[in-house]
Design a protein around this ligand. Structure first.
Ligand code: FAD
Ligand code: NA7
Length: 541
């Protein structure tokens, strides 16, 4: 017989112990003195940076903005040494943050939320887990991660594969690819990194690519002592720039139009950006209309296509690697991705021309009858982004409404932090939150949620949830802004277009961090007009 669950009554349950959940815990416990507990299904803290231990895993936001800014001393004590920061360092940093703010004893690892339901009479959430503990809590804060629910394709015969099958987002700590015959499906940001880092140590690497992508050099390098010092000295200025920018990437976004300069100047600007490195910088620091004007976009795309033809020696491989569509997915950067295909131990299969017919015990059989023998098959196939983890649990709000039903037409929210009918439930990076370098958006949302909790907490048993019309309006705002860009025209996770059967819909606020912050500030400072309270909802008709 199963043991009955242990029941814990707490003030706030935080689900997820990544960048978001960790900061949320600090705000709730150390600043508000609440009895807050975090759970994570992972066996360590760090979220993304716990799970994605694949070779080459790197954040491609510049390191001085890929961290928390809320504590000047924390910032001073943890200078990143390189322009971009690698997974092991980010994981060590997040572990350090957990210890620095004495949070570890309040994070229960290896514990997944399975279902959650709200009781409007008691005003409490009941959250069941897979580890014999049930929580009842006034507040439920989900920091489930927007790139966390792994997408594993379902090719015929996959269960027969006798080698090792892994997804980059659940990388086994002890997996060694050295000397192995490695197959990699996918060539997005992750595939690009794992292919480039694995090829030099693998026996043979076969890259299975469905859609070629545009990538520019990352230009990762050691930072000089002067640069490190400047980051410390210019802390306020730098962060002021971040808070007042759109992408929060730590550079000034260009407002110049591609065709406002001569062809020679355009070439020079692109070449300088190529030499300096950075995917977001190439798309947004060079010119201001690459992501909004198809002709301008084509100029940037042409430049990258030409680089591919110059780098890749075999013309047929170069052709397969060259994208022809819009340059309008998340911009990629690399540490020698195209050069990797000049290696004698690397081959490439274009899946559009030669689809996979099945996975066999030995490897991948393509429709041309070739069996690609593989010891380790790496799925760099991305994530069921944004709402994926929400749909993998059963969350029920007012009147027992299921979140999956509420999101039947696509995931929605107000400000990416709350959704109608789910009182006192908050989300960090929920649907239609800002599309930026994420730590600054996470800080913005966590601080807003913390203030909202403090506001509600003033009244025992009180709760708040988003007015339906407010949520509808926010969805329309997000959709209208997205339609002014080229991003919806590309099939990527940014619009839910990467998962078979998933409804293609707007999932981000593309209006920029500066504007987002002014909207969330106004909402809080004017007393949360976008929300209803239990007094409104429960009052007699
Ligand atoms: P996560 O770090 O994803 O944490 C969510 C946690 O919730 C996970 O640990 C998960 O186990 C847990 N969880 C989910 N469901 C449950 C459940 N039911 N029960 C219990 N626990 C649960 N962002 C950038 O801004 N710049 C970058 O360069 C960048 N690079 C990236 C590279 C990779 C390979 C990936 C995958 C993502 C990258 N991101 C990048 C996005 C990155 O996810 C965010 O920057 C940030 O780490 C998100 O933090 P989070 O706390 O919101 O979510
Ligand atoms: P992405 O960007 O979604 O890329 C996934 C890749 O996997 C992409 O090349 C896909 O090809 C490919 N894919 C997915 N499913 C299949 C199937 N069934 N067959 C063949 N190829 C497939 O995920 P990433 O992990 O690279 O990056 C996600 C974000 O995480 C990234 O932006 C960073 O922020 C971190 P497709 O292009 O769909 O043809």
């Amino acid at each position: 017989m199963n043991e009955p669950d242990q029941i814990r009554h707490i003030d706030a349950l935080v689900v997820g112990a990544g960048f978001g959940g960790i900061y949320m815990m600090h705000k709730l416990r150390n600043e508000q003195g609440l009895d807050a507990v975090a759970i994570d299904k992972a066996s360590g803290v760090g979220g993304t940076w716990f799970w994605n231990k694949y070779p080459g895993a790197l954040s491609d936001s510049e390191s001085f903005v890929y961290q928390y800014s809320f504590d000047r001393d924390l910032y001073a004590d943890n200078p990143w040494k390189t322009k971009y920061v690698r997974q092991p360092e980010i994981l060590a940093y997040l572990n350090g943050v957990v210890d620095r703010y004495a949070l570890r004893d309040h994070i229960q690892l290896g514990t997944a939320m399975t279902d959650a339901s709200f009781d409007e009479v008691s005003g409490r959430w009941t959250v069941h887990t897979d580890r014999g503990v049930t929580f009842t809590s006034r507040f439920l804060v989900n920091g489930l991660g927007l790139l966390s629910a792994t997408n594993i394709p379902n090719f015929p015969g996959m269960e027969k594969f006798e080698g090792q099958l892994v997804h980059t987002g659940a990388w086994p700590e002890d997996l060694d690819v050295t000397g192995k015959r490695v197959g990699v499906i996918g060539n997005g940001s992750t595939g690009n990194q794992v292919i480039t880092a694995t090829a030099p140590i693998a026996g043979h690497l076969t890259s299975f690519q469905r859609t070629p992508q545009y990538s520019v050099p990352a230009g990762n390098r050691e930072l000089t002592a002067e640069e490190l010092q400047a980051q410390q000295d210019n802390f306020e200025e730098n962060w002021n720039q971040v808070w007042n920018s759109s992408l929060a990437m730590g550079f000034v976004e260009s407002e110049a139009e591609v065709f406002s300069v001569s062809a020679d100047d355009r070439e020079r600007v692109f070449q300088e950006a190529w030499d300096e490195g950075g995917g977001f910088a190439f798309m947004f620091k060079t010119f201001g209309d690459i992501a909004t004007n198809a002709e301008a976009n084509e100029e940037a795309a042409k430049f990258i296509r030409r680089k591919i033809s110059e780098i890749v020696k075999d013309p047929e491989t170069a052709r397969k690697l060259t994208p022809t569509d819009l340059y309008a997915r998340r911009p990629l950067c690399d540490s020698g991705f195209y050069e990797t295909f000049n290696r004698p131990n690397v081959s490439m299969v274009n899946l559009t021309e030669t689809p996979i017919s099945e996975v066999t015990a030995q490897g991948i059989l393509t429709e041309d009858g070739t069996l690609h023998e593989i010891d380790i098959l790496i799925c760099a196939t991305g994530f069921d982004a944004v709402d994926g983890n929400y749909r993998r649990v059963n969350i029920q709000g007012l009147g027992g409404e299921r979140l999956t039903d509420h999101w039947n037409e696509g995931p929605s929210s107000y400000l990416g932090v709350a959704t109608t009918g789910f009182p006192n439930m908050f989300m960090i990076l929920g649907p239609n939150g800002p599309f930026t370098n994420l730590p600054p958006s996470i800080e913005t949302q966590v601080e807003w949620i913390s203030d909202a909790i403090a506001h509600v907490n003033k009244t025992d048993g009180a709760w708040m949830h988003v007015k339906p019309e407010t949520e509808t309006e926010w969805t329309e705002i997000c959709s209208d802004i997205a339609d002014q860009t080229l991003f919806p025209k590309a099939a990527s996770w940014i619009f839910g277009a990467n998962i078979p059967g998933k409804k293609r819909t707007v999932m981000f606020y593309l209006g920029g961090l500066k504007e987002f912050r002014s909207i969330v500030d106004a909402e809080a400072s004017s007393g949360y007009p976008g929300f209803l309270t239990n007094a409104d909802v429960l009052k007699p008709a």
